[in-house]
Design a protein around this ligand. Structure first.
Ligand SMILES: [Mg+2]
Length: 277
């Protein structure tokens, strides 16, 4: 730590499956909806993705691929998962493959149909976030509408100074342009630039994705893997839940104490100076 500086200045938080867990009702509700469609491909996707704990949003990606892009039913499950793993989002992978579609239409198709009412306010997390003295920024691959709606449902909308999201990293409306998103290291470099971060080592990044953690480390950030207490490659810390942040990383609150210490030192110096004068 610097003599009078904080150890950390900024905190980047992923949102989906980091600020709220996979086990929340949003998954179960989507399962019910998907089963209600009596679609074999969607049902098989549910079983596949639930088994490996991938976010429910993938199911809606798959529906879009099937219904809007006309991709063969037999190819959708593997393709959807492979693109998600390779490019960070299925959407980014589809663009690399040459599929052309309107980005807003895609987001509306997927996120416009999520059961947001299943997300409830989280006052514990809210208090934790507000008690940390650092700059706090959401860094998500999701679009702004989904990020805003989710944060509002969680009661966290005023805990962050900003949101770096799909539109921030991809301002062009050109449907053929490749998409910039996590886990690309360039996406992290862009986020660092946008947030005006001078020293990435003083920014801590929280995410539930192993690949995002590895890229964040490559970009020079301090990293926290969320969702399991086992350290993954590139992670400096690991939390089974974001609620464990204070127990696992007490350093973040030490910065607060140091600020008070500095204030005391400054006051003492000021008094001494006055006496000398
Ligand atoms: Mg996530």
């Amino acid at each position: 730590m610097d003599e009078f500086g904080a150890k950390y200045e900024c905190l980047f938080f992923d949102m989906d499956d980091t600020l709220y867990p996979l086990s929340i009702g949003i998954n179960l509700a989507c399962r019910h909806n998907i089963q209600g469609k009596e679609s074999n491909v969607i049902e098989s996707l549910y079983k596949l993705f639930n088994y490996i704990l991938i976010n429910i949003i993938l199911f809606l990606y798959a529906e879009f691929m099937l219904n809007q892009l006309g991709i063969k039913e037999s190819e959708v499950p593997k393709m959807c998962l492979d693109l998600y793993k390779e490019y960070g989002t299925t959407m980014a992978g589809l663009k690399v493959m040459g599929y052309e579609f309107d980005n807003d239409e895609f987001h509306e198709y997927v996120h416009g149909r999520l059961p947001y009412e299943k997300l409830k306010p989280d006052p514990i997390l809210r208090n934790l976030l507000l008690s940390m003295p650092h700059r706090k920024i959401i860094f998500t691959n999701a679009d702004k509408a989904h990020a805003t709606r989710t944060l509002n449902r969680l009661g966290l909308e005023d805990c962050f100074e900003g949101i770096i999201c799909f539109e921030t990293l991809n301002p062009s409306s050109d449907t053929t342009t490749q998409i910039l998103c996590k886990p690309s290291v360039q996406a992290f470099e862009a986020a660092i630039r946008i947030a005006d971060i001078v020293d990435p080592r003083k920014t801590m990044f929280f995410d539930d994705s192993v690949r995002n953690i590895a890229s964040a480390k490559a970009a020079g950030l301090k990293t926290v893997f969320v969702g399991d207490s086992v350290i993954v490659p590139g992670a400096d810390y690991a939390l089974s839940s974001i609620h464990n942040i204070k127990e696992a990383i007490p350093d973040l609150w030490e910065d607060n104490k140091d600020e008070k210490k500095v204030e005391t030192i400054v006051q003492q110096v000021a008094v001494e100076t006055m006496v000398q004068a």
